[in-house]
Design a protein around this ligand. Structure first.
Ligand code: SAM
Length: 233
């Protein structure tokens, strides 16, 4: 019997439609950035880099959230109506474009707040380049980038937060969650990348959320596991 090739998520075909509403120019930009990131990552084995040298080894790399996960995150934000979003780990701002597009779409609805995406990035060069991509994508008005160590930059006002994306070096995930947690609205969504593959590195985060019944958890079976927590205190 002839076999039919099954397409992969993120490919945008009849089986895996792309939910993102954007112009052809923005789709082309996103594709270009994902391709750049994938090419870089194919030369690195991120999980084999020791935690002690991780920051230095990948400090100029994209390490963008994969395209299929970005599309899922976009859809989750559209479903939840989130308009205020915090991103722990922005890098060159690829995932941030999806967050901004979705928050802005939600903010267009009646009675919703203004779209606001707060990004965080330690590396100044990445932050500067990210801003040029956001301008090209036409979402720079929605994004506020906090440059520096998120353990300081997330101490500043952020309003009531609907959605938190943890796409950060594993040792920074729990500090980020703890800083944003007091601002999360009941029912807020938290997404954490690589929750299975990096489980050992996320030991502190996992112990924290498992110990608190306010976090309803599910792992979505994307590559390396995508953790989704609903915050219901
Ligand atoms: C996985 S990348 C983020 C990718 C991005 N979300 C995307 O999809 O395009 C993680 C980023 O977190 C940044 N980072 C690591 N530790 C940080 C800290 N303490 N404060 C702020 N940013 C940090 C790194 O420089 C890196 O660019």
């Amino acid at each position: 019997m002839a076999s039919t090739a099954i397409s992969q998520p993120g490919t945008n075909d009849e089986h895996h439609p792309n939910p993102v509403r954007a112009s052809p120019q923005v789709h082309a930009l996103l594709q270009r950035l994902h391709d750049l990131s994938s090419t870089q990552e194919s030369r690195l084995d991120l999980l084999s880099i020791p935690a002690s040298s991780f920051h230095a080894t990948v400090s100029d790399q994209f390490v963008a959230l994969e395209q299929d996960k970005c599309q899922f995150v976009y859809a989750l934000i559209c479903m939840s109506g989130a308009t205020t979003i915090v991103e722990a780990g922005t890098s060159y701002g690829v995932s941030t474009i999806y967050l901004a597009l979705a928050a802005r779409l939600n903010a267009g609805g009646q009675g919703r707040g203004k779209a606001r995406v707060i990004g965080t990035e330690h590396e100044l060069a990445k932050a500067q380049q990210a801003k040029t991509y956001w301008k090209e994508a036409g979402v720079d008005d929605v994004i506020e980038l906090r440059v520096g160590d998120l353990r300081e930059t997330l101490k500043i006002e952020m309003g009531v937060v609907d959605f938190l994306l943890l796409d950060i070096w594993a040792d920074m995930a729990l500090p980020a969650l703890k800083l944003v947690q007091p601002h999360l609205r009941p029912g807020a969504t938290i997404v954490c990348d690589n929750i299975i593959a990096s489980a050992a590195r996320y030991a502190d985060l996992l112990a924290y959320v498992r110990a608190d019944p306010a976090f309803q958890r599910i792992t979505v079976p994307y590559h390396k596991g995508l953790g989704v927590f609903i915050y219901s205190p």
